[in-house]
Structures are given as structure tokens and as C-alpha cells.
Ligand binder design. Sequence first.
Ligand code: RUQ
Ligand code: CUA
Length: 653
Amino acid sequence: MKKYSLYLVAVLGSVLFLSGCGNQNGNDSSNGALASNNAEKVYVAPGEHDEFYAFMSGGYSGNVAVYGLPSGRMFKEIPVFSQFPTNGYGYSEETKPMLETSFGFVPADDSHHPDISQTNGELDGRWLFINGNNTPRIARIDLKTFETAEIIEVPNSAGNHSSSYITENSEYVVAGTRFSVPIPQRDMPIKDYKGNFKGALSFISVEPETGRMDIKFQLIMPGFNYDLSHPGRGKSHGWFFFTTYNTEEANSLLEVNASQNDKDFIAAVNWKKIEEYVENGGGTMVPANYTHNVYSDETHSATSTMKKEVLTVDPTKVPGAVFFMPTPKSPHGVDVNPTGDYIVGNGKLSADLTVFSFDKMIAAIDGKKYDGEAYGLPILKFEDVLAGQVKSGGLGPLHTEFDGKGNAYTTFFISSEVVKWKVGTWEVIDRKPTFYSVGHCMIPGGNSRKPFGKYLVSMNKITKDRYLPTGPELEHSAQLYDISGDKMELIYDFPTHGEPHYAAAIPASILAPKSQKIYKLAENEHPFATKNVSDARVVRDGNEVHVYMAMIRSHFTPDNIEGVKVGDKVYFHITNHEQDFDVPHGFMMIGQKNSGLLIMPGQTKTSVWEPKKEGVWPFYCTDFCSALHQEMQGYIRVSPAKSNIDLSWSLGE
Ligand code: RUQ
Ligand code: CUA
């Protein structure tokens, strides 16, 4: 309680202070989070905008949430892999195809690692990619509309965790499997895992103009667990790095059995070489079932296509394409610094970080100095590729980000801290506690050639006493550090939704000007759009009833419908005629088993209602859109199945 009021005093103090004399942005490292100087750093005054957009994965929510930095204000939750009643995503007829998979309709997932598209290694702000970890999928979100535009399923994968990371010209979004499985899937004894299960690393091409995804090839690797990955950049562009654990290939009690080997591997994949191989006809096309779901802003509808084959590559057939670098001890994150010189392995059972040199790796490969092989793939000698070790004294390193000023920041889960160290000298410069048990950290642009090294966000797994208790379940806590000075300063806590595993952030100056305000009604190509009010109508087709409806402040056209019968299936195709920014209308119908709809200006959405009872049933607008919002309502008369009342509709008669 005391802390809380102190903090309030600090915020209030800073408000007063702001209106008074100018404040200097000195680097006052001695104060804790309670200093008024820190309160100012996160205070975004009413009407002012944040400096960055941060896209945080929602973990088991299956979604992405958008926050402002430094304020920690949440702007939007973007539904991706999960049904979302707030706006009808995954419930409306138009968006149901987005959640189709080879397993059928899958309305939830576990989303982990967002990454923003890049041009020349810099964030270009066109698209955000994110993985569905559970039912392997990669989604592309359009950063003009902040809507999910495309989802592609990843076959031969299981636990799509070393995903979704972008190469520096967005040539590929890469998705690797965490669990190795039989490829192709088949009925076999689990104990025969070793030597028989395989791990697929998928390279999904991104069409430069449209962003459309397609699986270019899948590398069929030994049956390890491929945990995380990162692209090379700069001089290492053309390579991709994957951490592995369970090189023991254990199939049970992994906490013991997958921790036997002193070193696992970072797999270095020369994807340019494999690309060349497949472009010259290499690889084997194999049967596979996976969906490709695409949403169109013109028809406001998604389509789902089942793809039937995928190109696989046996890495032993492409000499010089894949090498293993021995890495202690069950590494989790693998991170590449902005210049592409160094590859950092975060061995989660180790105290030290292992840093490899890209130049040394190339020299070792050129010199063919191997330390044996694994399933026909060369293992490089640890000492030959090692650039240095960060002796941090922390425990349980997970992930590393970079500030673009020659520093790296590594999270340590077990010792609950962020450690800042110098790239090249490997010396530890600073360390700050996190509250508590940090997973990932994120610096805007931290996974690119050009980070914006002003803030670091730590995404913590355990919240405990950081917020007012909300029963047994607490939202995870993020913490914001000012990293502009020599020492990190914890300046803010804010709750995040679901479990953010990673995040990607970008200057608002890149995204905000491009953000779409409305959909143009004139460009609406939805087959059931009602673009002129005079076209509003109700059409019967057997026991299907199609309502072509328009909405504008503050009425539906039509708002009285008769002639609907018990047992009918009523499709409401509703077009929002507003052409003003931020004027959606909502729709809900009594007894409807789908969610309601939230329809943006110029957009058409469809919801199905199956009336079960005779009577006169209301529907209404769910979004307070005008002073007469409560008047935005209508009725549907439902008659017995055998009645012969004709369909009729009206407004204002
Ligand atoms: S990742 S921190 Cu480390 Cu998917 Cu969760
Ligand atoms: Cu439309 Cu409320």
C-alpha cells in the first residue's frame, strides 16, 4: 500500500514538475522506480502519443496484443489463431476459413514469437509474422489494418517453436519444429524414436509485393528438438541458426534424459545454398495436407485451400549446407548481433553464454576441420568457432537482445535478472533484477541491423506481488527499462495479456502514418455486400434466409423482418455504410450461438442465426455509436415451421 501511494505521489509530482521548469534528462541511476524522474520517462500526457508500438505475443491466448511504449497502454488485441468474440473473428462466416487446418477447425493456439518484416535488415513495418506453436501455423498480420491477413499451416511439424523469424529482406519466414515426429506421420512404437523421428525446418517464402506465403522447402533434420532460431544478417545473411536440445533423442522424462549431453548443438543452415539446390530441381516432393488461408480486404472474406504436397530436402544431399556447433547446455535462445558477426547461444542449464564467431565458423568450414558428424552432418570443433564466453554469474540464460551500440542484454530466468554485456570483450557491464523469472526481453528493432536502443522490455513469467491480487490468476508482468545510459534503469511495470514469449516493437513514426482509417464502401467486393440502401432485401433459398442489411447511424435497413420460420438458417450479411474513421457498428441477435459482429466502416460481415422458437425477437447494435445508439435495433418475427407467411421486410413503415 505504501509503495502504491508513493508511486502516485511520484506520478503526480512529475505532472506538476512537467508544467513548471524544464526537466533535464540526466542519467540518475541511483533512484529506484519511485523517482519522479522515472515517472516522467513513462508518462505520456493525455492526447499525446507513444514513441513505439510494441506487439506482444499472447501465448496461450493465441493472439497478439499491441501496446504503446513507454506508457504500457494496451491499444488493441489482434485475434490470430483464436476465435475472438469481441469482433467476431473466427465466428463470422468470412473469417471462419482463417482457422481451418488439416485437423479441421482449430479455434485456439499458443502464439510465441512475433517478428516484423524487414528491408535491408531494417524494420519496414509492412507485416508482422507470428507462429502458432501447438497446431503448427504461421500467420501474417497486415500492419496497415492490424488484422490477420494470412495463415499457413506447417506440415511435418509439431510444436512450431523455432519460429517465426524473418530474413533480412523478408525473403523467408522460418518455422522449425520443436518436437521431432515420424515423417510422414505413422503408427509406430514411441520407444523407436531414436534415429527414426525427424525434425522439419520450414523455409516459407514471402512474396515481396503482397506478402503471400508459400512453403519453399522443408529441411528434414535429425530427430532433435529445434528450440529457437535467428537469421544471420549483414555478413552472415544467407545463414540461419537453430538451437537444439535433446540431441540425446530421449522420448521420456526429458528433464533428466535430455540433459545428459554436456553440449547440444546450434545448427547453422546455409539457406542460400539450399535455395539454389531446390531451384536446380533438388529435393523431393512428398504428399502432405496443410491449409493456406488468405483474407482479402476487397471481399472482406477469407478462403481456405488445402495444399497437397511439400518439397522436402535431405540435408546430407546438399554438402556445405548444414553444420553443427556444439553448445553447452541445452541452449534455448540463439541470437545474432546487429552486424551479423556473432551468434549467441543461451545454454539454459549453464551460467555462461557461449558466443560463436561467424568468421571463425566459415574458416572452420573452409578448413574442413570437423569433430565427427551426426547423422552425416559435420560437427565443427567448439574451440574453433568460439568467439568468447560471457561469464555473467547469472543462472539460466534464455534470450539476448542488442541495442545497436555494441551492447547485448541477456535474460536469466533462474536468477531473475537482465545482464548487460559488451559484444567483443564479453565483459558484464550491468545487471538489474526482474520481478520475477524473466523469459524474453525485447528492444525495439532488437532483431534487426538497426535496433532502437532506448528501452528494453522484460517479459516476466511470475507476477506474485507486483499487482493487486486478482484471485489465483494474475496477468504476466512486463517491465520497462531505460537503457539509454550506461546503467539500465527499471522505470515501469505493466500487465500483459496471456503469456508474451516475445515481442517486436517499431517506432510509431514508421507505422502510424500508414494506418488505415476506413474501408472504402465503393471498393467493397463482398458478394453479399449491400452498397446501396435500396438494395437491402431478404431472400429465401430453401430453408436458408439471406438478409442483405445496411447499417448507418442510427438504424439498420431493414429493421422489421417477417416470414422467418423455426428451422431456418438466417444469414445476416451486414454492410456498415459509415465512411468515418472509428465508427464501427455492432450486431447481436438474441439466442445466437455465434458471437456478435463488430463491423468497420465500409466493411461487410456475416453472422448466422438459427431460430429455435416462435416469437418476435430483437437484434441491436452493440457499439455505442451515437446519441441514438439505443434506438439502433430491430425485430424478426419467427413463425412455425409450417406457416405460410411470406417474407417481408421494412424500415420506417
Ligand atoms: S520462448 S520465453 Cu523463450 Cu517461445 Cu517463451
Ligand atoms: Cu450503431 Cu450503436
